[in-house]
Design a protein around this ligand. Structure first.
Ligand SMILES: [Zn+2]
Length: 328
C-alpha cells in the first residue's frame, strides 16, 4: 500500500482504488482555433456532458473505474465538465495539465513569450500550480502532466515543456503522459525526461501503437518507462497502422515479458469542439471500432486468442495504471 494520492476531478483517491483504467482518452477536444468558430459552432455544454456520461456508463458496465482525460490546456480542456461527468457517471476522471506538441498546440502564445525571455520557469509555475492548487479558479487539480513531440524531432519549445513536466513530477510525483507523432521519438522522449530528473516508473510514453517495429518498442522500454498502446481502433489515419497488425506486436511484447510495462487505450474523442467532423466515406470503416469499449469488445479477445492470459490482461489494464501513480 502506498501513501501516494491521485488527483481526480472529484478529489484525491488512493492508487489502489483506481481499478481498471483507460489511460489516454478525451471527453472533448478542439484544435487551437476552435474557440474562434463558436459563432457557427457554439460550445454545447449539455451535449458534451450527455455524450460523456453515456460513454462512461458503458465503460462502467464493463468494469472501468477510472478514465484519464489526456486533454492538455491548449486542446479545449474543460475541467468543470469533467467533474460533472464524473459525478453523473460514477467513474473517476483524471484531468491533465501540460501542453500539446508545437505544431498542433497553443504554441503561438508561448513562442511569443519566448521571444521576450526564457519561459521555462513560467511553464513550471503553471504545471505545478495546476497540480497543487487547481486549474484556473475551479479548485480541480490536474492528476497527470501531458506533453508531446513532433514527427521525427523534439523541438526547443517541446523540450521546455518536457523539462518543466519533469521538474513538477520530481516535486509532486504526478505521472507524465506523452504524445508521440506517427510513431517517432519514443526513446528520445524517455531519455529527455529521465535526463531531466523524472522517474521512469511514472512515465507513460504515448501512441506507441503507431510504430510496430519491435526494436523501437524495446529501445523505449529499456528506459524503464511504460509504453502506451493508446490508439487502438484508430487505423489507417494519422499515421496509424491497422489493429490486426498491432495485435501481433502487442502479443509479442507480452510474450517477451513486458506485460508489466504496457498500457492500452484508444485516444478516442467523445465530442469534438467546433464544427462536427466531415469524415470521408472511405475512411469510415477504418474508424468503425474507434470507441472506448473497443478494448473489451475486440482487443482483449484478440490478445487472448494470441495466447495472452487473463492475468497478463489484468496487469495491463489495472495493475500498470495503479503503479504509474504509486510509482511502485
Ligand atoms: Zn490524445
Amino acid at each position: 500500500m502506498s501513501n501516494v494520492k491521485v488527483n481526480t476531478v472529484l478529489g484525491r483517491i488512493s492508487p489502489e482504488d483506481m481499478g481498471i483504467t483507460l489511460v489516454h482518452e478525451h471527453i472533448c477536444y478542439g484544435y487551437p482555433g476552435w474557440e474562434g468558430d463558436q459563432t457557427i459552432a457554439p460550445f454545447d455544454h449539455d451535449s458534451i456532458v450527455k455524450n460523456g456520461v453515456d460513454a462512461l456508463l458503458k465503460l462502467k458496465a464493463l468494469g472501468v473505474k477510472t478514465y484519464i482525460d489526456a486533454t492538455a490546456a491548449d486542446q479545449g480542456r474543460q475541467p468543470e465538465i469533467l467533474k460533472e461527468i464524473s459525478e453523473k457517471s460514477g467513474v473517476n476522471i483524471i484531468c491533465s495539465t501540460g501542453y500539446y506538441y508545437e505544431e498542433e498546440g497553443g504554441s503561438a502564445y508561448w513562442n511569443f513569450r519566448s521571444s521576450l525571455g526564457d519561459i521555462s520557469d513560467e511553464l513550471y509555475e503553471l504545471f505545478l500550480t495546476e497540480v497543487t492548487k487547481g486549474i484556473r479558479n475551479t479548485g480541480i487539480k490536474a492528476g497527470v502532466i501531458k506533453v508531446g513531440s513532433s514527427k521525427g524531432k523534439i523541438t526547443e519549445y517541446e523540450k521546455k515543456m518536457f523539462i518543466a513536466a519533469a521538474r513538477v513530477q520530481k516535486e509532486t510525483g504526478v505521472p507524465i503522459i506523452t504524445h508521440t507523432t506517427e510513431g517517432t521519438m519514443g526513446p528520445e522522449q524517455a531519455k529527455l525526461l529521465l535526463d531531466s530528473g523524472a522517474d521512469p516508473k511514472r512515465i507513460q510514453i504515448g501512441h506507441m501503437s503507431d510504430n510496430l517495429d519491435i526494436e523501437y518498442q524495446l529501445e523505449t522500454l529499456k528506459y524503464g518507462v511504460y509504453v502506451s498502446w493508446d490508439r487502438m481502433g484508430l487505423q489507417g489515419l494519422a499515421g496509424c497502422p491497422m489493429d490486426e497488425q498491432r495485435y501481433n506486436t502487442l502479443t509479442e511484447l507480452i510474450k517477451r515479458g513486458y506485460s508489466d510495462k504496457l498500457m492500452i487505450s484508444h485516444d478516442y474523442i467523445i465530442t469534438w469542439l467546433g464544427r462536427p467532423l466531415k469524415i470521408p466515406e472511405q475512411a469510415l470503416p477504418l474508424i468503425a471500432n474507434w470507441y472506448p469499449t473497443h478494448l473489451f469488445e475486440h482487443v482483449i479477445p484478440a490478445l487472448k486468442q494470441g495466447g495472452v492470459t487473463d492475468d497478463q490482461i489484468n496487469t495491463v489494464i489495472k495493475e500498470n495504471p495503479k503503479h504509474l501513480f504509486s510509482g511502485e
